[in-house]
Design a protein around this ligand. Sequence first.
Ligand code: PHE
Length: 345
Amino acid sequence: MKREDIDRILSELGELKCRTLKEVEEARVRFLGKKGEVTALFDEFREVSKDMKKEFGRSLNELKKTVQDKIEELRNTVGGDESVAASGVDLTMPGDDFGLGSRHPVSIVRQEIVDIFRKFGYDVAEGPEIEDDYHVFGALNFPDNHPARDMQDTFFVSVGHPNPLLLRTHTSSVQVRTMEKTDVPIRVVCPGRVFRNEAISARAHCIFHQIEGLYIDEGVTFADLRQAILLFAREMFGPETQIRMRPSYFPFTEPSAEVDVSCNICHGKGCNICKGTGWLEILGCGMVDPNVLEASGIDSKKYSGFAFGMGLERIAMLKWRVNDLRHYFENDLRFLKEFEAAPEV
Ligand code: PHE
């Protein structure tokens, strides 16, 4: 028995190629079978002189292990044995395409609006969906007996507590939290999910999404508010867009306004989307009430600000002319797939 015998088998093993399990079995017999090459070396080993036994013994055992591993590896990788080949299955075929999901239309709209306000220098703030009465109502100048606190509108999580927990009905609560912990000047938008106890219909849902904005600094005026909303509307709905402001009421802003944008579908001629008026309502806004600033520790003599808020589903409905709010919540793939390429209309 010679060292070269071991090396020869190792190099043969290195070149060994098998295409079928049958060939792997043949290789196994060739090396490890009763009359195999490795088996033969074990027979010769008996003749080896005593002082060489130790060295050869170890090499021989290593060789056997290497051959066994190689055979095992071939057995696993060859895989496609004759029965697979005979069955006509082509294992080299590419797999079936599994469709990737697409972004939800509400997410697309939220991202678009956040991007616009980021360009204007606004940060993004988020807050809890389960809030307390103080951050949703109290700090926002809602009188104790204001109807919006009524069980009709608000889902309370706990009752009987002086500051009960509830599902936030607007993301203005995030603005309060921002005012509490951030130094003026403040410029934030707060996107998030909100909850109101409303019957589900084509135009209302008990869960929807808002984006609200807040800007506080020295000398902020209603003109700044109007300009910010106009710039936003033009970025969002096109450069020709006009806005109009109608007086409104919110407990936390004074004066308050509702904003309409010119209908980008009929361009003012009147269509069924704008119900013949040429205008579409998109958001509520106003100058932050001094009481709200003071409640969060901001000096209302020195600072003023504006706030605005809009519903994302509503903007998405206008953008893609979806006529039923419920589509956004049903996760019907036929609807969601419409937005794979986020078509603009
Ligand atoms: N929070 C109001 C709502 O949910 C929207 C709003 C925000 C109005 C800020 C004015 C100022 O309807």
